[in-house]
Unconditional design. Structure first.
Length: 156
């Protein structure tokens, strides 16, 4: 059975098994783009092995890494909320094995069965909240009052 970690792993077993039934195994080669910021979010993934780098477009430069996700983690939540467009980009770091999900099919099942829909929506909301908190902590590390010239603005 596929191992799911983090907040997605807290979905009740019957709903998790139902979600996993929608998945199909895929492999991404190192450096492959899974999705790009601003494009339609038609799929999402649960990582089985490898890592996916989430990045943000930087005009005139290379994408900046926001977070790296690994085995058992959800890649993508933009598929669940209108307008169903990616807020970030995603790139395979090394070879990535994952389960890929058709977002439209999962959304349709969420609408058909409100209990399933609630479980999926809650799990995704918890993932988003956890990532927001992690981002806040990284910002504090960079710009907080204890930051140094090497790690961010000096206290002053």
């Amino acid at each position: 059975m596929f191992h799911v970690s983090g907040r997605i792993g807290h979905i009740p077993k019957e709903h998790l098994n139902r979600l996993l039934a929608f998945g199909r195994p895929v492999t991404f080669e190192p450096g492959a783009r899974l999705f790009d910021e601003g494009r339609p979010a038609r799929t999402f993934w649960l990582v089985e092995g490898g890592s996916v780098c989430l990045d943000v477009h930087v005009p005139g430069g290379h994408p900046a890494t926001v977070e790296t996700l690994g085995a058992g983690e959800l890649v993508g939540w933009s598929w669940l909320f209108p307008p169903y467009r990616w807020h970030l980009g995603g790139r395979a770091v090394g070879t990535v094995r994952a389960l890929e999900f058709d977002a439209g099919a999962v959304r349709a099942e969420c609408e058909r069965d409100p209990d399933f829909g609630r479980a999926i929506t809650l799990a995704c909301a918890q993932v988003i909240a956890g990532r927001l908190q992690a981002s806040r902590l990284r910002l504090l590390d960079l710009y907080g009052p204890h930051a140094t010239a090497a790690g961010g603005p000096a206290e002053g």
